[in-house]
Write a protein that binds this ligand. Sequence first.
Ligand SMILES: Cc1cc2nc3c(=O)[nH]c(=O)nc-3n(C[C@H](O)[C@H](O)[C@H](O)COP(=O)(O)OP(=O)(O)OC[C@H]3O[C@@H](n4cnc5c(N)ncnc54)[C@H](O)[C@@H]3O)c2cc1C
Length: 371
Amino acid sequence: MHILISGAGVAGLAAALELGTRGHEVTVVEYDRRLRLAGTPIDIRGDAVETAQRMGLLAEIRRQRLRMSETAWFVDGDGEPIARVPLAQIGDSDDDIEILREDLMRILAGALPDSAAIRFADSVAALTDDGDGVEVRFASGRTGRYDLVLGADGQHSAIRGLVFGPEEDYARHLGVYIALAALPAEARIEGANAIYNVPERMAGVFRYKDKAVAVLEFRSEPLDYDRHDTDAQKRIVIDAFAGYRSWRIPELLDALRADPDFFFDSASQIHLPTWHRGRVALVGDAGYSAAFLSGRGTSLALTGARILAEELDRCGGDHTTAFRRYEARQRPYVAFAQSSVDDGRDRILPASWAAIAARNEALRAAAADAR
Ligand SMILES: Cc1cc2nc3c(=O)[nH]c(=O)nc-3n(C[C@H](O)[C@H](O)[C@H](O)COP(=O)(O)OP(=O)(O)OC[C@H]3O[C@@H](n4cnc5c(N)ncnc54)[C@H](O)[C@@H]3O)c2cc1C
């Protein structure tokens, strides 16, 4: 089959790999001019580890594995460690793998077969499913006809918008925003892998390999802003931390001001009654974002891409049955991931000074019990 995938993130690349190696001709269209490699380390958890193995990627993923979270601390205003980040409460097992998002993206892109090609700086502008195929018009003016179209274009998926309707019909805002910014070289050594809280906000510095990233998160009602206006997004973060100058907050805000690749998004989930319509299906955050607070978005993208490709194989040309089976097999993973965010939010963003102190006390007590 000739398959178009919108989005070259983890889900899009994994789907391209799985479908391309099964003999399909795959075109991936990515809105950006290059792979978007920003991001803190992400986790491959549970059955996604076995999925990575079946994809033939596990050895390389393990080789590039990080152990950053294992060295992460909550710190006080002086940068003194006060409690360890409780990995045992977050992950599934010791088999979980932490890897830099950038490294996983490169591993996936490097494994693509010749039958899968990525086209950058373009996107789907319109599509028509006539039952026998999908006619696509791209923003560049190009056109194409495909047997199937997969929306792997993330939380704010354009394919979902075109086929299933506006995002507000399916998005569930979790009351949290996240910003990521690269830290300049001179900031990289001291106080890394540390999380500092003020009520409803966290500031973190994470160092891995030769890079360091500032992470700023805050609780908020849904905000109305232009997703293509980076300066406006930076102002939102700066305003959210206005009045807070403790620990390294001013330095992290300066890093955010200076970073052209700054990343900003909400923690939002996508809840759709179905992930497929006709010849179009959704994979990854586009169909079932669990939000970064779940720590499972990448695992869902990997299992989703694999299951979809397996079912298309198993069902021959019958994409309708294949999509239905994909959904039946992937739903339990999604339900579990989407239900696991509240603990993460309360742990990372306690709402008051008292709640911050109570969390630290509970973590210290748990650590003492474990000794
Ligand atoms: C830059 C970036 C940084 C991230 N950092 C983190 C992090 O630090 N921690 C974390 O837990 N999760 C992070 N995520 C989210 C995480 O990657 C996903 O939850 C998970 O990997 C599932 O990936 P996905 O491929 O479904 O979506 P995404 O990773 O969001 O990938 C979607 C891709 O589609 C592209 N795209 C968007 N719109 C269009 C369009 N209209 N046409 C074509 N292409 C389009 C995007 O540019 C992107 O490359 C980040 C995502 C991005 C894009």
